[in-house]
Design a protein around this ligand. Structure first.
Ligand code: SIN
Ligand code: MN
Length: 201
């Protein structure tokens, strides 16, 4: 494994997954989406998010007028499917932790989807990192500061990149500004998938 780039404490492992490993994880995620279809969560302000989502694991991330939280069931009322082994292997290898994540949030970005700057703070214990895997079209990932405001910087995430958000950077603001439509042929119909692995409890 190559030494990661350090961007404001975020560790970026560029090209961590080769094309075959990307295809294997994509197939596993397509099975997750077949069992737990993507949906557009409502923000607490009553607007649907442009990113479509689903989850795998004991918990899934959810949002509606009552706020952001983790729930144990997909909106259809069924349990979330298990996190694929191929995804857990990446977590084990990159984080070297014995503790496994209990949520794999699946974000799907179509051509116009984006995610504003935010902190990941719905988990119980911020000493565990959040790890992200990017698949498909490039995404412009913006990184801010541990508090709102201030100068930001952006980096293009490519298919196969892995980012670890941990340590002092665990609560750093981040978001996804836009995707570069058509920049990858991994997803048959285009778009970008980002998986984030989270220790919830
Ligand atoms: C997220 O912060 O949940 C998603 C980040 C990304 O899409 O790369
Ligand atoms: Mn996030």
């Amino acid at each position: 494994m190559q030494a990661p780039l350090d961007i404001r404490g975020f560790k970026l492992f560029q090209g961590y997954l080769d094309p075959q490993a990307q295809a294997e994880i994509l197939a596993a995620i397509q099975a997750v989406v077949a069992a737990a279809p993507l949906f557009s969560p409502m923000t607490p302000f009553g607007k649907p998010m442009s990113v479509r989502m689903t989850s795998a694991g004991n918990y899934g991330w959810f949002s509606d007028r009552r706020g952001y939280r983790y729930v144990t069931e997909h909106p259809s009322g069924t349990a979330w499917p298990p996190i694929p082994d191929s995804v857990l292997d990446v977590w084990r290898d990159v984080t070297e932790l014995d503790r496994l994540p209990d949520c794999c949030l699946v974000n799907f970005y179509g051509p116009a989807a984006k995610m504003g700057l935010h902190q990941d703070r719905d988990e119980a214990d911020f000493s565990w990192p959040v790890m992200s895997i990017s698949l498909g079209d490039d995404g412009l990932f913006r990184i801010g500061n541990p508090t709102r405001g201030g100068k930001t910087e952006a980096v293009w995430l490519h298919s196969g990149d892995v980012v670890v958000m941990g340590g002092a950077a665990r609560l750093t603001y981040h978001g996804l500004e836009r995707i570069r439509q058509g920049s990858s042929r991994l997803l048959p119909d285009g778009g970008r998938i980002n998986l984030t692995l989270r220790v919830v409890e």
